[in-house]
Write a protein that binds this ligand. Structure first.
Ligand code: CTP
Length: 400
């Protein structure tokens, strides 16, 4: 599965570092080459000798060693890999990554790499739950860093809860999925995301409050399951994920053209908050106040991208829409599913009191031909992971 893949494995300091030895064994058994890097903390828990022996490769520990070698500097080491894995990833390493530090070999490699990064955090439960770690995690995820775990359970420090390093087999599965071996391997999924901007004149436009967070999280989750993702995004405030094909658009009409150009696809998810209307006649110069009183804007209806896709000659086998509602969420979304002709609708209540639009969490109902399923309020990344899993199951013929 991982034949010819090269993993740069950074082993951080923590009692769980011993599990990195098993991870190296599993990676090599799966055919991967492992280039190990041991932090100063990591070297307190496992020896360079055992790491090198299992990896079949010398261990890198010192930034200075690398920078003195003209041919094998940190830049080259960070780029020759297919994937950078940090396991265990300590609270301190997460903080360094989030803050952009480069004061030792591991943090410098993480700053210099142009490859995807997967971290497997492991730390005391209080450290994991600390607001600083929560902040760092959110920043890293927004930067496109993939995260596996931590698992829950008894910890070496005697406490219980989330913080244990995921089992090596789980980390291996995440590595395989990150390298395109997941259940959506070979599938093409189209995602629309963000708001659209509809120009009034060269300096003004109509917009909405969508941040693009849910669509971005979804694209990342689909990518993590191995899909090739085309991400058609309006001007969102959240940066697009790494490892997906980004098509940046402004208006609804541009979004539709980009979506049609990306077909065929195995599935499409329309998470964009598309403006329903545009100004019928965009002014070519900035509109001036004064003369002629208040301007009156005439509107024209925008194309409905979801409805167009659902009835397209190249209709993806699975078309999923979102429904932004402020009342009678399930009823309205159920009608919307039929009206738009899509297969599933993810319905969310976007009334200001819910804090969902522009927020970090979402509480959704999944509406299918079989009815409505209420999901608990979850971080948008978890809603995305669940939905991506359901899409994978559906495309692979597994019952819900
Ligand atoms: N959508 C779209 N193109 C549009 C409008 C909406 O593709 N021009 C998609 C959205 O991406 C979403 C779904 O349609 O997946 C529903 O969007 P929503 O804003 O909830 O519905 P509207 O079509 O605007 O309907 P209404 O105004 O009646 O709520």
């Amino acid at each position: 599965m991982l034949a010819d893949k090269r993993i740069l494995l950074i082993i951080g300091g923590g009692i769980a570092a011993y599990k990195a030895l098993e991870l190296i064994r599993l990676l090599r058994a799966a055919g991967a080459g492992v280039v190990p890097v041991l932090t100063a903390g990591g070297a307190q828990f496992v020896t360079p000798l055992s790491v090198a022996a299992l990896a079949g490769h010398p261990v890198h520990q010192d930034l200075f060693d690398l920078t003195t070698e003209a041919e094998m500097g940190h830049i080259q080491l960070s780029r020759a890999a297919d994937l950078v894995v940090v396991a265990p990833c300590t609270a301190d390493l997460m903080a360094k990554m989030a803050g952009g530090h480069a004061d030792d070999l591991a943090s410098t490699l993480l700053m210099a790499t142009d490859k995807r990064v997967l971290i497997a955090p492991a730390m005391n439960v209080r450290m994991w739950q600390h607001p600083a770690t929560r902040r760092n995690l959110a920043m890293l995820q927004a930067d496109g860093v993939q995260v596996v775990g931590p698992a829950r359970g008894d910890m070496a420090c005697g406490e219980h809860g989330p913080g244990r390093l995921s089992e090596p087999a789980t980390i291996l599965a995440a590595i395989e999925a990150a390298l395109g071996g997941g259940p959506l391997r070979g599938r093409h999924v189209l995602v629309t995301s963000g708001p659209t901007h509809e120009p009034i004149d060269p300096v003004r436009y109509i917009a909405n409050r969508s941040s693009g967070a849910q669509g971005t999280a979804l694209a990342a989750a689909l990518r993590d399951l191995g899909a090739r993702v085309t991400f058609v995004t309006g001007p969102a405030t959240v940066a697009p994920p790494q490892g997906v094909a980004v098509v940046a658009v402004e208006t609804a009409r541009q979004m539709l053209a980009a979506v049609e150009a990306a077909l065929p696809a195995d599935a499409a998810v329309c998470a964009a908050a598309v403006a329903d209307w545009r100004v019928a006649h965009e002014a070519s110069q900035k509109m001036k106040k004064g003369a002629g009183g208040l301007p009156v804007l005439e509107f024209a209806e925008n194309p409905d991208i979801l409805a167009t896709l659902s009835r397209h000659a190249q209709r993806p086998p699975l078309v999923v829409g979102f429904a932004a509602e402020t009342e009678n969420v399930v009823d309205h979304a159920t009608q919307k599913r039929l009206r738009k002709g899509c297969d599933w609708i993810v319905a969310n209540d976007v009334s200001p009191a819910t804090g969902i639009m522009g927020g970090a969490e979402n509480a959704v109902h999944l509406i299918t031909a079989d009815g409505a399923e209420a999901w608990p309020r979850l971080p948008k990344s978890e809603v995305a992971a669940r939905l991506a899993g359901r899409i994978a199951d559906h495309l692979n013929g597994k019952p819900a």
